[in-house]
Design a protein around this ligand. Structure first.
Ligand code: FES
Length: 104
């Protein structure tokens, strides 16, 4: 197991339990954070957009083509933008910090 730290849109930090077999969107959503995820993780909506702490961003798998297009078109793109549904939790993410992007 492990934990991730998620900062919500009010700036409040939440310590969440990492869970194998779930992606970060599912962990955020299951914890009750305001992640709409209206496509259910199929990489077609971008309502699971987060900003990964720069310390962690480089160690993650790169964005896929569809993810890249969606975050760039989101209106809130940053260099550390990711779609949380495209990142499956693993032990190497223990301690990862992220911030929820503004609503789409
Ligand atoms: S939930 Fe729709 S793109 Fe992630």
């Amino acid at each position: 197991m492990g934990k991730i730290i998620a900062i919500d849109r009010d700036g409040i930090a939440h310590e969440l339990q990492g869970q194998h077999g779930l992606n970060l969107m599912e962990i955020l959503r299951d914890a009750g954070l305001a992640v709409e995820a209206i496509c259910g993780g199929q990489c077609i909506c971008s309502t699971c957009h987060v900003y990964i702490d720069p310390e962690w961003a480089d160690g993650l798998p790169p964005r896929g083509d569809a993810e890249q297009v969606l975050v760039e078109d989101s209106g809130h793109y940053q260099a550390n933008s990711r779609l949380s549904c495209q990142l499956e939790y693993n032990d190497e993410m223990d301690g990862l910090r992220l911030v929820l992007a503004p609503e789409y």
